[in-house]
Design a protein around this ligand. Structure first.
Ligand code: ARG
Length: 425
């Protein structure tokens, strides 16, 4: 009896101890992403999964607190990616995707989520998960069953019959229709409601043709202004933001007019639309690395010849339009479309953003406080400041001097729990 009481008491102490866990990351160089500066030899005190204080080494009054030595390392907020597909594999494109079941894609999602977190990406928006596999993956991660980033899932991407976001690979007798296909204002509202019902936390729709879909045209707008407005109105009413896939100029302009929150790809955006996006505070989430993968390794991965031809038109133009958008002062998100290419290589895009006109500090801002604003999580993630979630990564060199440091992350903490520590022997 006494023993049972004692063990019950120690269990209670243990669980209380776990809840009030305090830890110090000591003596690292802390990057202030807001100002783009390095605060040398600083400590970060973490309590209950959140940042409690940041200050000069030895000044936080944390002498008895368990610590992880960070001397010489550069610490920054966990990175985020505004456009991934965790349940997609980069070696399965075109007709190969037809053989993949939803459950099989969910299993890939488990592996890809871990790779993404290991790469330092602690929050991602999953912009399209057939069968709501992304919602289930999020649930498994949040319950602690498998490791992975915080996921903002979109569920099923909404698209027109026969457009990008439909399955156009099979003949008529197979009646293959993707889950998010709908035509007409009320039908698309129903799809938004359905997505919300099954766990989507952001709405993705396809506002133009795409590169990787069969038989769609980059320049063709998908959905009328009326339909786009219906999607945006319904989503906003339900408290969800809207991300639109759009490459062509007309679809981009119409989507901005309809009130979307981010333009994904934005490849052929005009100067006028850049101005409109700035005026309305719309983020541009331009995946300017992926073209190298598609043109270099796409054929071997099963990408259709017509898609390779489309990519030749879009890839270079997108980088030039990115440069124009940066110069004009547009809000830039950090979004890669990982899943089209290899998960875990998300950070490769930083060097491209710098090559095409951004400072390393601005590129890092896009992947931290910029995305945090787009996700509606500005109070939760995106900077190493008191009160925010303790999503913290570390690298050995200064990423403000060489942004490619972020391609090799040495330490990853999410919500105050260490996921990977390459500094420990
Ligand atoms: N998922 C996109 C599509 O099929 C990929 C576009 C990639 N190309 C690029 N240059 N961003 O349209």
């Amino acid at each position: 009896m006494l023993r049972a009481l004692l063990s019950a008491a120690s269990l209670l102490v243990l669980s209380l101890g776990a809840a009030a866990e305090t830890i110090l990351l000591s003596g690292g160089h802390v990057i202030d992403v807001e100002r783009g500066t390095v605060m040398k030899d600083h400590d970060i005190l973490i309590e209950d999964g959140r940042i409690k204080a940041v200050g000069r080494a030895g000044t936080l009054g944390a002498s008895g607190v368990p610590r992880i030595e960070m001397k010489g390392a550069f610490l920054l907020p966990g990175l985020s990616d505004s456009h991934v597909h965790l349940t997609s594999r980069s070696d399965l494109h075109g007709y190969r995707r037809l053989a993949v079941s939803t459950s099989r894609s969910a299993i890939s999602g488990v592996a890809n989520a871990e790779k993404t977190l290991r790469a330092g990406f602690t929050t991602v928006r999953n912009l399209g998960g057939p069968g709501f596999a992304d919602v289930d993956l999020k649930d498994a991660i949040d319950s602690g069953e498998v490791p992975g980033p915080r996921i903002i899932p979109a569920g099923q991407s909404i698209g027109i019959t026969g457009g990008h976001c439909d399955n156009n690979l099979l003949p008529y007798e197979d009646r293959a229709i993707d889950g998010g296909v709908a035509d007409g204002p009320w039908a698309v509202r129903q799809k938004v409601r359905e997505n919300k019902k099954y766990g989507a936390e952001v709405i993705k729709f396809c506002g133009t043709g795409g590169v990787l879909s069969k038989g769609t045209t980059i320049g063709a707008q998908q959905f009328t202004l009326e339909e786009m407005k219906a999607i945006v109105d319904e989503a906003h009413e339900l408290g969800l933001k809207v991300a639109v896939h759009a490459h062509g100029a007309k679809g981009i302009a119409t989507a901005i007019e309809a009130g979307v929150d981010s333009i994904e790809h934005a490849s052929l955006i005009t100067d006028e639309s850049i101005k409109a996006a700035i005026k309305k505070g719309v983020f541009l989430s331009m995946d300017i690395y992926v073209s190298d993968f598609i043109l270099g390794e796409g054929e071997a991965a099963g990408i259709l010849p017509e898609s390779l031809e489309k990519e030749k038109i879009v890839g270079q133009a997108q980088r030039e339009r990115f440069q124009a958008a940066v110069k004009a002062g547009a809000k830039i998100a950090f979004g890669t479309d990982a899943g089209v290419y290899t998960h875990g290589y998300n950070a490769r895009q930083f060097a491209f953003m710098v090559k095409w006109g951004m400072s390393p500090a601005d590129a890092i801002r896009a992947a931290t406080i910029g995305n945090a604003e787009l996700f509606g999580l500005a109070g939760e993630i995106g900077s190493l400041t008191a009160g925010k979630r303790a999503d913290i990564i570390a690298v050995t060199g200064d990423p403000l001097a060489d942004v490619r440091e972020l391609e090799d992350v040495d330490f990853v903490m999410k919500d105050g729990a260490v996921f990977f520590d390459g500094f420990a022997d």
